[in-house]
Design a protein around this ligand. Structure first.
Ligand SMILES: Cc1cc2nc3c(=O)[nH]c(=O)nc-3n(C[C@H](O)[C@H](O)[C@H](O)COP(=O)(O)OP(=O)(O)OC[C@H]3O[C@@H](n4cnc5c(N)ncnc54)[C@H](O)[C@@H]3O)c2cc1C
Length: 465
């Protein structure tokens, strides 16, 4: 069988690329070895984690937040099986949705494991072990990423778990040790803390959320500590020993010093993810790689003719929406259009409570680049809607070019930050200035008014402080 486009991997990068290519008239197939479509994101990533985060947040709110609003519900009882069913049902509905979209767009799902057989050819090994060769004008590698291992620590997905195991624990651990203070560790740590776990986070660096704006990360740390998180920053885990029940993690200060042991029922290894290209045969094709990632040019082409790559296997942030946008851009490029991804405006969200969202540059990045900038900040504690809903933690920070006023970065810690960040993203796509944001009428009373006030604060004319 010959296709115009054959995509390997049905994650957000691959399946979106396939849909867009089909919309543009191409004959498309996607190879996926998992039982269901949707990749990491829909099966074991974004979607199940957000289902669990939402449910655990509702549990905590019922226990602690509602009484202050005059809603007395008594002590909430956890039905973890029902919560997991909500998560599993959410995943099932989403992956079925992708299967429906494949049918609607006449995309063939080739079930099995793909290998690059020759230029323009992909071998797909089905469940029976037999290989079938398919030909395609363009082949896209969208095989995603896998959990980065912690040397010397074996993941059994029961006591020492990756994010996948942490999404399906049989009961809330009494003590959870999270290795890594990045997004995944803090999100899953938050979910289990709300369900009763004592959470200790061990991080090699002396800060949490590496890469995010420093002031935002500091505020996030304060808020998480208030919720009960214990952070061991500047520490490394040197070993995890399984005990009769649970485990003991040995940690040591990076700068040297006495080791310390942390008891845990469950240890979550969340030190990052690494590109997954195993068994593809990239080396045999002569594809250039750099630190495990497939090297591509601005049009997502590798150095092998007809071979492209998108998503977590290439450079850039490992985010579902970045993979999706690359999928759309590549399909359009292959159709002769001007597909493009603006890497300066890719929002990122940490779904802790409150949420942490950012788009564009951090203060540290602007300083390092020698860009003169002005800062406007506004706290949710001065926002009427935030007070009415008792969601006063956090702030909005707008960073604008000191001479042109063009917005270069926006950072929000606060309830609903992951939704609010998009008005900043749209503004930045249009090259907007803080004055544009400040002069845009915002409905009252909304949390988004804090974004407008932060923009006003760039020129020191916020109204409500
Ligand atoms: C716990 C967790 C939470 C996350 N939360 C978020 C979030 O909230 N927001 C966000 O933006 N990102 C989140 N991410 C990251 C996000 O899931 C990834 O960035 C995204 O899935 C990358 O998409 P992709 O298409 O590149 O690859 P993937 O989604 O990883 O899909 C790759 C697919 O390729 C298949 N495959 C691999 N090799 C082969 C082969 N040889 N043959 C056939 N099939 C193959 C795999 O089975 C897989 O289904 C999260 C990740 C995790 C683990």
């Amino acid at each position: 069988m010959t296709y115009d486009l054959l995509v390997i991997g049905a994650g957000p990068g691959g399946y979106v690329c396939a849909i867009r290519a089909a919309q543009l008239g191409m004959k498309v197939a996607v190879v996926e070895k998992r039982e269901t479509l949707g990749g990491t994101c829909l099966n074991i990533g974004c979607i199940p984690s957000k289902a669990l985060l939402h449910a655990s947040e509702a549990f905590e709110e019922a226990g602690h937040g509602l009484a202050a609003l005059g809603v007395v519900v008594g002590r909430p009882k956890l039905d973890l099986a029902a919560m997991m069913k909500h998560k599993d049902d959410t995943v099932a509905a989403n992956v079925a949705g992708v299967a429906y979209l494949f049918k609607k767009n006449k995309i063939d799902w080739l079930k099995g494991e793909a290998r690059l057989a020759a230029p323009g050819q992909v071998a797909v090994k089905g469940a029976d072990g037999a290989e079938t060769i398919y030909e395609a004008g363009a082949i896209v590698v969208a095989t995603g990423a896998e959990v980065a291992p912690l040397p010397g620590v074996e993941i059994d997905e029961q006591i020492v778990v990756s994010s996948t195991g942490a999404l399906s624990l049989a009961k809330p651990p009494k003590k959870l040790v999270v290795v890594g203070a990045g997004v995944i560790g803090l999100e899953l740590g938050s979910a289990w803390r709300r369900l009763g776990a004592e959470v200790a986070v061990v991080e090699f660096l002396d800060r949490i959320l590496p890469g995010m704006d420093g002031e935002v990360a500091k505020q996030a740390r304060r808020l998480l500590e208030k919720q009960g998180f214990a952070f061991h920053l500047g520490c490394k885990v040197t070993g995890v020993e399984k005990a009769a029940s649970g485990a003991k993690a040995t940690i040591e200060p990076v700068s040297g010093g006495a080791p310390q042991r942390l008891d845990a029922d469950v240890v979550l290894v969340a030190i990052g993810r690494r590109p997954y290209t195993q068994g593809l045969g990239l080396e045999a094709q002569g594809a250039a790689m750099e630190r495990g990632r497939i090297v591509v040019d601005a049009r997502f082409a590798t150095n092998v003719a007809g071979l492209y790559a998108i998503g977590d296997v290439i450079r850039g942030p490992m985010l579902a929406h970045k993979a999706e946008d690359e999928g759309v851009a590549l399909a359009e490029i292959l159709a002769g259009q001007a597909g493009h991804v603006n890497y300066d405006v890719i929002p990122s969200v940490v779904y802790a409570s409150p949420e942490i969202a950012s788009v564009g540059k951090s203060e540290e990045e602007l300083k390092a680049a020698g860009v003169a900038y002005a800062v406007g900040k506004f706290s949710f504690s001065a926002n009427g809607r935030a007070r009415a809903t008792r969601r006063v933690d956090g702030f909005v920070k707008v960073l604008a070019d000191a001479s042109t006023d063009r917005v270069l970065g926006v950072h929000i810690v606060g309830f609903g930050a992951g939704e609010m960040i998009h008005e900043a993203a749209v503004l930045m796509e249009f090259g907007g200035a803080s004055e544009d944001l400040a002069r845009t009428c915002h409905a009252h009373p909304t949390l988004s008014e804090a974004v407008k006030e932060a923009a006003l604060a760039v020129e020191k004319r916020a109204l409500h402080v």
